[in-house]
Write a protein that binds this ligand. Structure first.
Ligand code: V47
Length: 366
């Protein structure tokens, strides 16, 4: 394989990885531009196996989107409705939201993952009660709720600091932050695709505060639209720099752009080869983030399975009732059972490990 890496002009990059020397912007761009995908996958796989051996993690979770009313106008979004009365707009009552957990009392769920639109009129107490109610129903459930974009929105809407918002949510039961809303940190890209929500600097600052307060968080990257290779690598490097300071990120999650029913629908979806490469490059650039996750809803089930040999060690979870990707045309199922995910992982020659949100082992599926 070293011969192939040398032929692809990447021998020096491979030597750096071998010597534990950090890759920089130029190295990352070259990893994106070298045609030999398998050589890059091999390098990333070595890093993945060094950290996690044959293990591949997943969790038993549900996804909840309590409202799709949203004041932001991200070009890639097929989920948001701008006004409460718009066609297809919905906002769950607290009882309806809690029911999503109540009706699954028979499932050994460990996590509720909540992502909402930025609703202009809900009272602050709605969000606090949402969390308190979930904990009343299932006290040991882990609540991974609200992206940094939502935290910034709450702070501005309710006249609080970002830290106050996080502290009050934590008191109500918040356990960690998901990685959504990061998109691509580069100002050029954000100006074009999501100009009216919190910028990359504030997104990172909110995660810095969350880490200081003891919360673990994730970081995503929406790829396959207008971003350049350098902007992808820059995004990874900004996450890596924060991780050097705090150590609070658990997983990096590349999110494949889905082009249906949104204002970027003229763009093609990223190819499977690009998806495998993005995950592999993330594994190589992000030497300080423990997990690289393939969100199977976004990548497609088969590509997520293959990605387990391209730097990925985690497949997210059972999910159930996902809307953001399905409204943007994702052909994936809306849920997988733990048995189905385990079969998928085993089919790739990896060892399934059911984890909780903080990567404690819950079970080793037989
Ligand atoms: O921030 C929206 C993305 C994200 C589209 O932390 C789209 O464990 C592609 O962040 N095509 C929300 N992507 C989902 C998310 C997430 C998913 C899985 C796990 C975790 C985690 C977080 O979905 C948004 C945005 O980047 N998104 N529309 C679209 N058309």
């Amino acid at each position: 394989m070293y011969g192939r890496l040398a032929a692809g002009g990447l021998r020096d990059v491979a030597d750096k990885v071998d010597a534990g020397v950090r890759l920089e912007l130029d190295d990352g761009v070259r990893l994106f531009e070298c045609p030999d995908l398998l050589a890059i996958g091999w390098l990333a796989n070595r890093e993945r196996e060094r950290r996690h051996g044959p293990q591949a993690f997943f969790n038993h979770n549900i996804r909840l989107e309590a409202t799709n009313v949203c004041v932001a106008s991200c070009l890639f979004c097929a989920f948001a409705r701008l006004q409460p009365g718009d066609d297809g707009a919905y906002t769950m009552t607290l009882e309806q939201a809690w029911d999503k957990l109540r009706v699954r009392a028979d499932q050994p769920l460990t996590e509720v993952h909540v992502v909402n639109g930025l609703h202009p009129d809900l009272p602050w107490d709605y969000y606090l009660e949402l969390l308190r109610g979930f904990k009343r129903i299932k006290p040991d459930i882990h609540l991974k709720c609200f992206t940094a974009v939502e935290i910034a929105f709450f702070a501005d809407l309710y006249g609080k600091t970002d830290e106050q918002v996080l502290r009050e949510l934590m008191e109500a039961g918040l356990d960690s932050l998901p990685g959504g809303g990061a998109e691509v940190f580069a100002e050029r890209v954000r100006r074009k695709i999501c100009h009216d929500k919190c910028d990359g600097t504030r997104w990172l600052e909110i995660h810095r505060i969350a880490h200081r307060l003891g919360l673990r968080t994730n970081v995503t990257m929406l790829y396959g639209h207008i971003e350049t290779h350098a902007e992808r690598v820059d995004h990874m490097l900004r996450a890596r720099a924060l991780q050097d300071d705090t150590g609070g990120f658990q997983a990096f999650i590349p999110l494949a752009f889905h082009p249906d029913n949104n204002r970027m629908e003229k763009l093609p979806a990223p190819s499977a080869a690009d998806t495998l490469r993005v995950h592999a490059v993330a594994r190589l650039m992000l030497d300080n983030i423990p997990h690289v996750k393939a969100f199977w809803i976004a990548t497609g089930v088969e590509v997520a399975q293959t990605a387990l040999w391209f730097g990925v060690d985690d497949l997210d979870g059972t999910v159930q009732e996902e809307r953001i990707y399905h409204m943007a045309g994702a052909p994936t199922p809306e849920a997988m059972t733990p048995a189905e995910i385990s079969r998928l992982i085993r089919g790739a020659g990896r060892t399934p490990v059911e984890r909780d949100t903080l990567y404690n082992v819950v079970s080793l599926p037989a």
